[in-house]
Write a protein that binds this ligand. Structure first.
Ligand SMILES: NC(=O)c1ccc[n+]([C@@H]2O[C@H](COP(=O)([O-])OP(=O)(O)OC[C@H]3O[C@@H](n4cnc5c(N)ncnc54)[C@H](O)[C@@H]3O)[C@@H](O)[C@H]2O)c1
Length: 440
């Protein structure tokens, strides 16, 4: 089957590459010429474990191509995916659909014969119907079915998630489109991945409802962490006890500095916006978005309070900048809020991230010292903050770390160290949701 993937970002590049690995012929399209040139030269524009090898294998196999020529890619395709960005629209939190609309118009003009156009981008309910109307208005003779097929992959584990998903959701009531989508995903359904066919509006809603639920779960445990701190509980233990209940499950119950990333913040806002416009506000989700912003803002204060010297002129070492490990994605990372609030108070920042520093430089304020490793980062600092739980930070030599720091203070915003390990070595420890151990 011939596939065109419009938008070669985190989702488009991974999905397109995985489809080609299943044997489909895939052309990934992007308007970003530099990105396409890099891909043609075998250089990955993003960090995603295993992606470079998978791309190389499928390019060599002649199944995966990169181009900026959308019309050529679409003209030959049976299925065209729209995987462009849907960021928050400034001001009202609604999903900005301008990239999706632009791509749909270009596709409509270029398509030849029956073509299935699939929204893989996360788009509000009703977008599929709107796209059909836009296409019909622009190119009345186009033989196109618009299908919703939201993507659930997680950055950092994207290939595994794409190849072994919990489910594949396909929203369409067009029998021809259904047949095409079933053929496209056949290699995965052979892997026993449930293929859920539903109405298009349901598919669009399933994506937002899933993300909103997960964001809510994180926010729930973060509030429990706050309570633990006040009443002397340990949120790690509480989460374990809750998560063993199979109705709840252990995932997304790790208290931390608030969720970030390219999806949860914007998708919760957009869902809340959709619900407000429909006259049925989702108060639970509105509260989640507010609590998460408040939490991210509070983390800088937590670090400032841990300092044993005045903030102006103090130095803080920040370990981990990306919104989670195994990605270079800095979008809405809690590190942005933390670093900014420390700099606002006159703190000097030393920072290290195993892969995110190039992206971090684009979004963080100037004047940060980017270190070559965790120990160099800690050199002469008045406190060390762990913001992202990279594996590389999980087993640091604590004595060596202590020798590097000017003041032995660790603020572990991911609870990756047992407090006793730090306290027994003479560190002052601040964690998340560990009431009786907030300071050693
Ligand atoms: N990143 C994730 O983990 C994830 C997971 C599930 C769903 N999603 C959703 O998938 C969509 C894409 O997210 P992403 O993280 O891959 O975004 P991204 O910003 O990494 O990539 C989008 C790409 O689309 C390109 N583009 C924009 N307009 C174009 C056009 N008209 N023609 C061709 N290319 C165009 C951009 O240049 C960019 O390279 C969003 O709706 C997002 O919500 C993302």
């Amino acid at each position: 089957m011939r596939v065109a993937m419009i938008g070669t970002g985190y989702v488009g590049l991974v999905s397109g590459t995985c489809f080609s690995d299943f044997g489909h012929d895939v052309t990934c399209v992007d308007t970003d010429i530099a990105k396409i040139e890099r891909l043609k030269a075998g250089i990955m524009p993003i960090f995603e474990p295993g992606l470079d090898d998978l791309v190389a294998r499928n390019v060599a196999g002649g199944r995966l191509h990169f181009t900026t020529d959308l019309p050529a890619a679409v003209a030959h395709a049976d299925v065209v995916f729209i995987a462009v960005g849907t960021p928050s629209r400034r001001g009202d939190g609604h999903a900005d659909l301008s990239y999706v609309h632009a791509a749909a118009r270009e596709i409509a003009r270029a398509a030849k014969g029956f073509t299935v156009v699939v929204t893989k981008s996360t788009v509000p309910v009703g977008t599929g119907a709107d796209l059909e109307a836009i296409i019909r208005e622009d190119v009345p003779e186009a033989d196109i079915a618009v299908v919703s097929n939201p993507e659930f992959l997680r950055e950092g584990a994207a290939i595994e998630d794409f190849k072994r998903p919990d489910r594949i959701v396909v929203g369409t009531d067009d029998p021809r489109a259904r047949e095409v989508m079933a053929a496209l995903y056949r290699p995965l359904s052979l892997n026993a991945a449930p293929l859920l066919f539903t109405e298009r509006a349901n598919a669009e809603l399933i994506k937002y409802a899933s993300n909103a639920f997960l964001a809510m779960k994180i926010t729930f445990i973060n509030e429990m962490a706050d309570l633990c701190e006040k009443v002397g509980g340990d949120v790690q233990e509480v989460a374990r006890g809750i998560g063993l209940d199979r109705r709840i499950g252990p995932k997304f119950l790790h208290a931390g500095p608030g969720y970030g990333g390219s999806c949860f913040p914007k998708d919760t806002l957009a869902l809340a916006r959709t619900a407000q416009e429909a006259g049925t506000p989702l108060r639970l989700i509105e509260t989640v978005t507010t609590l998460n912003e408040t939490r991210k803002a509070a983390m800088g204060r937590r670090v400032l309070e841990a300092l044993s010297v005045p903030p102006r002129g103090a130095t803080v070492a920040v370990l981990g900048l990306t919104f989670k490990p195994n990605t270079d994605d800095m979008r809405d990372s809690p590190a942005i809020n933390i670093v900014q609030s420390l700099i606002d108070r006159g703190v000097k920042i030393r920072a290290y991230d195993p892969v995110g520093m190039e992206e971090a430089r684009k979004v963080l304020p100037e004047g940060i010292h980017y270190a070559s490793g965790a120990y160099e980062c800690a050199e002469g600092a008045d406190a060390l903050v762990i913001v992202t739980e990279w594996d590389a930070f999980r087993a640091l030599d604590l004595d060596r770390l202590k020798a590097q720091l000017r003041s032995p203070i660790v603020v572990d915003l991911r609870n990756i160290y047992p407090p006793e390990d730090l306290i027994s070595r003479g560190f002052t420890y601040v964690g998340i949701g560990r009431g009786d151990l907030v300071t050693g």
